[in-house]
Design a protein around this ligand. Structure first.
Ligand SMILES: Nc1nc2c(ncn2[C@@H]2O[C@H](COP(=O)(O)OP(=O)(O)OP(=O)(O)O)[C@@H](O)[C@H]2O)c(=O)[nH]1
Ligand SMILES: [Mg+2]
Ligand SMILES: [Zn+2]
Length: 313
């Protein structure tokens, strides 16, 4: 059997150590107690992102240091939070995309690819951020390709819910300074669909921060997954920031369908006001959430996302 052993770059003070992971860790997700004398450092890169691994970018780990630039991770310390998804494939496996975040920068382009196709993914990201208590920052990108009227209503919708939303154009440099301020001093990661402009925005913020920039396929309007692995880079002025490969889909991991309404901020105040105490706001009569959709207090598209995520997390 072929196995992909992940390679991890661990930042230890001013050194980078190329680590493998102990077979014990790979097989056993229960971690032993930390040896107090061990080095506790953060993983800053995962080379093999497709493999579902016990360690993720952003993790603090303990590792055996051979002193020659290599080592072996034997423990992953408790995570403050994590962005994960259900790994592709039939087995229900968790794939942690990144751990211990201060901020998730959700980059969605207004055009190329079109925002409307990806709003459900944005809602999925926001639900995960609520679950993990990671503050999200929504960046609507490529404003140079659209009229303000095309995206203003979507920006205001998310702002009304309570999400900070920036509209930016890396091409014209608009809004870039606000992003720079938002991520300064924080550990953050840029996520979103392929081709949304994550890498371009990172390179605009600080040359070399992002990797290679891809061409969006003009025919399909889709990106080509130019960025292939997640990695954190130090920011001038403090903090770490990571680029990630664009996602095609985002399956929620570990979300109880009956609790999903808590992850939609605008639904929270209505929970408990429906006729049935266990109302999931789908088929039930006298549902406060559905009434709010009908009256325009809750956006019908957000409600749609809620129903779709309930059906297929
Ligand atoms: N017009 C315009 N094009 C942009 C802007 N930002 C990025 N692009 C273009 O969009 C395409 C994709 O950009 P990338 O930065 O590679 O996108 P990405 O989100 O990193 O994509 P993946 O790495 O595949 O996830 C490139 O052709 C960029 O030149 C922008 O602000 N305006
Ligand atoms: Mg990229
Ligand atoms: Zn209800």
């Amino acid at each position: 059997m072929q196995e992909h052993l992940g390679r991890y770059t661990v930042s230890a003070g001013d050194r980078l150590v190329d680590c493998t992971i102990s077979s014990k860790l790979r097989k056993n997700l229960e971690y032993p107690t930390a040896d107090p004398s061990s080095l506790r450092q953060r993983v800053i890169a995962v080379r093999e992102i497709r493999s579902v691994s016990p360690a993720a970018v952003g993790d603090f780990v303990a590792f055996e240091d051979t002193g020659d630039g290599t080592g072996m991770i034997y423990e992953v310390l408790n995570r403050r939070n994590k962005l994960s998804r259900r790994a592709a494939g039939r087995k229900p496996l968790e794939q942690v995309l990144i751990a211990n975040l201060d901020l998730a920068v959700l980059v969605f382009s207004i055009r190329q690819p079109d925002l409307l196709f990806w709003l459900e993914m944005l809602d999925r990201f926001l639900a995960i951020c609520e679950l993990e208590e990671i503050p999200p920052l929504i960046c609507l990108s490529k404003t140079d390709l659209a009229e303000e009227a095309d995206w203003r209503s979507i920006a205001s919708l998310y702002e009304r819910i309570g999400y900070r939303t920036l509209s930016i154009s890396a091409a014209h440099g608009t809004g870039v300074e606000s992003v720079r301020e938002a991520i300064r001093g924080a550990v953050s990661v840029f996520m979103g669909p392929s081709g949304a402009g994550k890498t371009t925005l990172l390179n605009t913020l600080q040359p070399g921060l992002g990797g290679r920039v891809g061409e969006v396929n003009r025919a399909t309007g889709r990106g080509r997954h130019t960025t292939t692995h997640a990695e954190l880079f130090p920011l001038e002025g403090g903090g770490l920031v990571g680029d990630t490969p664009g996602l095609r889909e985002l399956s929620l991991w570990n979300v109880d369908a009956d609790q999903l309404h808590y992850l939609f901020l605008e639904m929270r105040p209505l929970i408990g006001s429906c006729r049935f105490r266990d109302c999931v706001h789908a088929q039930e009569p006298d549902c406060a959430v559905k009434a709010a959709v009908a009256s325009g207090q809750i956006d019908p598209r957000r409600y749609d996302s809620y129903l779709r995520i309930r059906e297929r997390p």
